[in-house]
Design a protein around this ligand. Structure first.
Ligand SMILES: [Fe+2]
Ligand SMILES: [Fe+2]
Length: 188
């Protein structure tokens, strides 16, 4: 684990914040280069936070027996699947299209973008674990419903890890990418 690993990171490395100091987050919405495409990309991040929150809250309520198990299983399948599928698509696009575009625009921030790429690799593992535990719950609901609740702590642990990851990753990613986009008038 390095100092930039997401498990210990407190934000972007200092040297990756030079443009962020020039373009602080508060000033983004009023900047003339804050294009619709940037807003939609940030909107996707908000949606990921919301979907992860739904899975976590539902699972807590299920552990407290406040939800009907079939209803919970249906929502877990729906929101868990949507979260995983959308995040995979989002990361693939960032790795192959978006980050190379930012690296071409400003080579001072390549190290930061590489940190974000390695976050994506770690995220793949977290998503795979959520899929495994959620599928086990859903399958047990069909095969042996009385045993299904045994899987809930694992689902909650995995969903919580994803939420925690998203808070750090998405915030650092926006802090790095948006100032580059504004400064170089990209995606306008
Ligand atoms: Fe990302
Ligand atoms: Fe992203």
């Amino acid at each position: 684990m390095t100092q930039h690993d997401i498990a210990v990171r407190q934000g972007l490395p200092e040297e990756m914040q030079t443009l962020l100091r020039e373009y602080p987050r508060d000033a983004w919405p009023d900047h003339p280069n804050f294009a619709g495409l940037i807003q939609r990309w940030m909107g996707a991040h908000t949606m990921f936070h919301q979907m992860a929150e739904i899975v976590t809250t539902d699972t807590k309520e299920m552990l407290d027996r406040k939800l009907d198990p079939d209803w919970y299983a249906m929502r877990l399948g729906h929101f868990g699947n949507a979260l995983v599928r959308n995040l995979h698509g989002h990361h693939t696009w960032e790795d192959h299209k978006f980050f190379p575009e930012l690296m071409d625009a400003d080579n001072r921030f390549i190290d930061g973008l590489e940190i974000l790429e390695s976050d994506h690799e770690q995220m793949d593992q977290l998503l795979a674990e959520l899929v495994r535990s959620s599928n086990r719950f859903i399958q047990l609901m069909d095969l042996s419903a009385k045993d299904a609740p045994d899987e809930l702590p694992e689902v909650l642990k995995n969903a919580g890890a994803i939420q925690h990851f998203l808070q750090r990753h998405l915030s650092d990613e926006e802090d790095l990418a948006v100032p580059i986009l504004l400064h170089h008038k990209l995606r306008g």
